[in-house]
Design a protein around this ligand. Structure first.
Ligand SMILES: C[S@@+](CC[C@H](N)C(=O)[O-])C[C@H]1O[C@@H](n2cnc3c(N)ncnc32)[C@H](O)[C@@H]1O
Length: 210
């Protein structure tokens, strides 16, 4: 995948400029997504969307680094964040206060934004939270859009107690394997999934266009 090109009209003329890669932007703003190698993964899917008016929600804001990167990468996009803790102001980005397992809140955000083209879960990384957010938001991913769960390594932690509250909880990799069986059997109960792609620490799911 080459560098994404942004084409814009200036004084009636089309001008092109090369967009910074996501890795560069994550590095510039100080998100650990750069060192974790997520930028290259996302570039593969998101580069064709750089000139689109994408609506992106990231669960987990912290310093706002990744939100700044998303805003630069999708200059025509609407970028929103959600965090339960205090967070800084991020220019041209709306950040909502709340918990990622609050399904009512997620539902109301999905209605407010009329669905999302991209949702990135970089929040508590706890199993029940990852699953609750997916259950609330997958149905609100627009056709052709993506849902990403980051830091899935918490499912493989040999001392996993801090990653779940309910002793009977299943880890998110096991949860995703149930969804995978539905995708392969083509009877996805929860809406149409075109694919699930796994990378180190990440699962990226695409909504079918039709
Ligand atoms: C890994 S940081 C986000 C980093 C950011 N996405 C970036 O790349 O720059 C995780 C954030 O999730 C927030 N968080 C943790 N548990 C949460 C929960 N249950 N609901 C909402 N936010 C939560 C924390 O306050 C923290 O700011």
């Amino acid at each position: 995948m080459g560098r994404p090109i942004l084409r814009v009209e200036q004084n009636g003329q089309e001008v092109s400029s090369v967009v910074q890669t996501l890795r560069e932007l994550f590095t510039q703003y100080g998100s650990d997504k750069a060192s974790l190698g997520y930028g290259e993964v996302y570039e593969t899917y998101f580069a064709p969307m750089v000139t689109d008016k994408v609506t992106l929600l990231e669960l987990g804001v912290y310093s706002g680094a990744s939100l700044r990167a998303w805003k630069d990468y999708f200059p025509y996009g609407t970028i929103a964040g959600l965090d339960s803790d205090t967070f800084p102001e991020v220019e041209n980005v709306v950040v909502h206060r709340g918990r990622q397992n609050d399904k009512e809140l997620l539902e109301s955000l999905a209605n407010e934004y009329k669905g999302f083209d991209i949702v990135v879960d970089d929040c508590s990384h706890q199993w029940e939270d990852q699953q609750a957010s997916w259950e609330a938001l997958w149905k609100h991913i627009r056709p052709g859009g993506y849902y990403v769960i980051e830091d899935l390594g918490t499912s493989l932690d040999p001392t996993p107690d801090r990653w779940h509250r309910d002793p009977a909880a299943i880890d998110t990799l096991e949860y995703l394997s149930h969804i995978m069986r539905q995708v392969i059997g083509d009877h996805m109960l929860v809406g149409s999934m075109e694919f699930m792609h796994f990378y180190p620490n990440i699962c990226l799911m695409k909504k079918r266009i039709r």
